[in-house]
Design a protein around this ligand. Sequence first.
Ligand code: IPM
Ligand code: MN
Length: 329
Amino acid sequence: NGKYTVTLIPGDGIGPEISQSIKDIYVAAQVPIQWEEVDVTPILKNGKTVIPDNAIASVKRNTVALKGPLATPIGKGHVSLNLTLRRTFNLFANVRPCASIKGFKTPYDNVNTVLIRENTEGEYSGIEHEIVDGVVQSIKLITWDASERVARYAFNYARTSGRKRVTAVHKANIMKMSDGMFLSACREVSKEFPDVAYDEDLLDRVCLQIVTNPQPYSDRVMVMPNLYGDILSDMCAGLIGGLGLTPSGNIGRDASIFEAVHGKGLANPTALLLSSLMMLRHMNLFEYADKIEKAALSTIAEGKTITGDLGGKASTKEYTDAIIRKLRV
Ligand code: IPM
Ligand code: MN
């Protein structure tokens, strides 16, 4: 029927409601996508909690998925489903663009960062043990292959998006071996890209610089190990108005999952919508992405029908309908 099939993982909490917004907006914009909705609530299998097979199979088959927020338990409890998905499909690069939104006032109006986070290892390797009572060890695992792979992705991203520089963000002054090797991999890869400048900067310094003046970071792509990317991307999100506004794409060779990374209580569908637009561009459906983006950003810029987290009074549905009205004109 000439349509693309995409897996939809609505998520929990507000997830189903903001997913409905995306579905409604896509109908209004006549995006040629049909959704295959799956539930990833973990089930018990041989004493282990796992994601249901049909959800895994759906993402495998369609190779593209959109995912709403999923709660991750803190401390004890099952392994994060978010991480399980990233691991299952080897989604090695997590792309997090973050740009000021016109009309929505924050102390900054010039944020335009792209952060690429290694997405499979580092402190997220999940290798932890209590050596003796009161002494716990968590392994930060860094491999040359994963470092090289995400570095190459970052350089390619810079080249194709017209960004002129890749900055590797690190703490190799302290993590001499692990971050040191990450940097070596970036340096090696940089030789393949003579048209893209390369430099390195310390994570703490970058934090200080960005909150002081984000402007210099708008010309480049930042690449870094997993945990640094997790933290720095939230910091960037804070500069533009929070996690309700920032998209995220988990890229792998065989599948990619686009997701909102905020918790399950936030009723702003913008992050999920913008993530879905990354997805459309990934699928080369640029026209639809541009059209929807324009409608959403102008709705926010007008400031009349915006959600509570942005200082407005609109419900998720009212905000969604305002976007849809713009798509119809
Ligand atoms: C993110 C989230 C996840 C992470 C959590 C929910 C496991 O914070 O995508 O940034 O830590 O990576
Ligand atoms: Mn995070």
